[in-house]
Design a protein around this ligand. Sequence first.
Ligand SMILES: [Zn+2]
Length: 327
Amino acid sequence: MEADIIHEGFSKSIQQHGLVYAYFLADGDSSTYCRIKDVYVGITVQKIECINHVLRNLNTKLRNIASNAVKRRYISKEERSLPRAESRFKRIGLAVQRACRYYKDLGNWECNWKDLREDIRNVPYHIFGRHTNCKSYFQCSKKGQEEDLVDQLKSTPLFLEVVDAIDRVASLARSLIRRENSNIVECYFSVCAKYLEGKRKNLGSGSLYHQRISAATLSFNNAKFWAADFYKMIHCKSPCAKWKLEKLRSVRQRHQPTNTRKPRIISFPFLKAGRGDDHYGTNPDRPDLNEETLQVEMDSIRDSVKVTKERQEEIQIATQDQSNSDL
Ligand SMILES: [Zn+2]
């Protein structure tokens, strides 16, 4: 149903508003994106991933690694006992965010996303003490003082899982460089849900639904009641005095200092019992990579398996016995 609503919105955008929606900001729901990708003739709608959802998924994966809840590999207790494991894992998300912030400010996103991708792929090496490929903006304060654990860890399931999780984030660099999120939509829908009194009541008949959505929109955009300015614009006369007083009260209330909530503390349960959620896989459906991103990923894999001519001959000789070969 959600896909149908979004598809209808996109397909009527030119007719209703004279606009083409060139970008679609979402949180990884590929079935919706596939429906609207080619809705305009000659224009492909681009998908932008919400950075908050990407980081939340990354943290979920890291939490699963920390509690040995990944399905493909077994992460031993020894690996999970590595020094300052929890603080290292906390630095992963921060490092990704720092890289995204740096490249967003740098501009020229159409070219720089490739550098962002490389910097994100370097994050596992940075957090495990190898700073050789860290750019200066990372300000690796622990450079030189920290032990380089990469050689010791690089073939362990823990390191491989961290690299896999980071590689998935890096493949979204083209979106992440924009640092867009869907917060405003989530906030708006929370106001809609308040006016609709939840999802269970049948408020779809007649014009009830539209009236409530209009009230939610005005409330979200302006104040906690229907704004006087709109009333005047529509009816060409001022609303009553009581209405104006309510507006003043609301504006005053909005400018009152509010208690800011403390940020949620993210923890990684190393060496504590934990299980993943059976209903969510580690690899949810995603749309196909676009051609340029696919080419970069393919080149990267090709480079990673490239060997010298001499090594090629050695491998050829060593694998002549096929399944009986030790290689
Ligand atoms: Zn570093």
